[in-house]
Ligand binder design. Structure first.
Ligand SMILES: *Cc1c(COP(=O)(O)O)cnc(C)c1O
Length: 221
């Protein structure tokens, strides 16, 4: 069993002092590993792939909060709409409209975070600052009744340069603060295994940690 319960307990202790929520990122990991953390008390789990999430959701306890943290395609929203707890990576208004539509069909309001592009890499998804302003304006005027935009999510550059990572998270926190009051934001999702400590120092309220808890994953998944 690859689950590191010692790391789990020290991370949860550290985070609960700071009122930061831990999302345990279980992508590519078997249900046995998720069960081990569940039995240790963890309830928030994050997955990146719709098919994999559906299989796990069917096999695991119903009180798990499933976070979808990957890049979500509009045509797949319908599969996760009945149960998803929070969608972190909303990166277009079109996707938000589809989530709203599928949430309505399920008679739900689905909590979402808008993803902001803060890294230097072009490969990462998300709104830039101007696009975010525009999207939030539309959300206000078009009043989508089946989505609740609870805040922002971002991923820092993949680098060893802590100062650069800190700057990127600080920038996201500034954008968050700019909109927080007007839009009743209360979640700022930033920080992964390699950079969660920096993220917490820069004001994260939710971290997404995989490999520190479950061990490393094969290649780039
Ligand atoms: C995989 C993933 C994580 C967790 O990554 P680790 O480095 O294993 O902690 C967090 N956030 C997103 C969006 C991911 O895709």
């Amino acid at each position: 069993m690859a689950v590191n319960l010692e790391a789990y307990h020290s991370i949860t202790e550290e985070l609960s002092d700071k009122r930061v929520t831990l999302v345990a990122v279980s992508k590519t990991k078997p249900v046995e590993d998720i069960t081990a953390l569940y039995e240790a008390g963890q309830r928030d789990f994050g997955e990146n792939y719709v098919q994999e999430l559906l299989e796990k959701e069917g096999k695991l306890p119903k009180d798990i909060h499933w976070h979808f943290i990957g890049h979500l395609q509009s045509n797949k929203v319908k599969y996760i709409a009945p149960f998803v707890y929070l969608i972190h990576g909303v990166d277009s208004y079109k996707l938000l409209l589809e989530i709203n539509k599928q949430a309505a069909k399920n008679d739900r309001v689905i909590p979402c975070l808008l993803q902001v592009h803060i890294a230097q890499e072009e490969t990462k998804f998300g709104f830039d600052e101007a696009e975010l302003d525009e999207a939030l304006g539309r959300i206000e005027t078009e009043s989508l009744t089946h989505v609740a935009v609870k805040g922002l999510m971002g991923m820092a550059s993949f680098t060893d340069n802590r100062q650069k990572i800190a700057q990127e998270f600080a920038y996201l926190h500034t954008i968050f603060n700019k909109h927080a009051q007007r839009h009743a934001f209360d979640i700022l999702s930033m920080g992964m295994s390699g950079d969660y400590e920096v993220a917490v120092l820069e004001g994260s309220s939710m971290v997404r940690i995989g490999s520190l808890l479950f061990g490393t994953r094969p290649s780039k998944m």
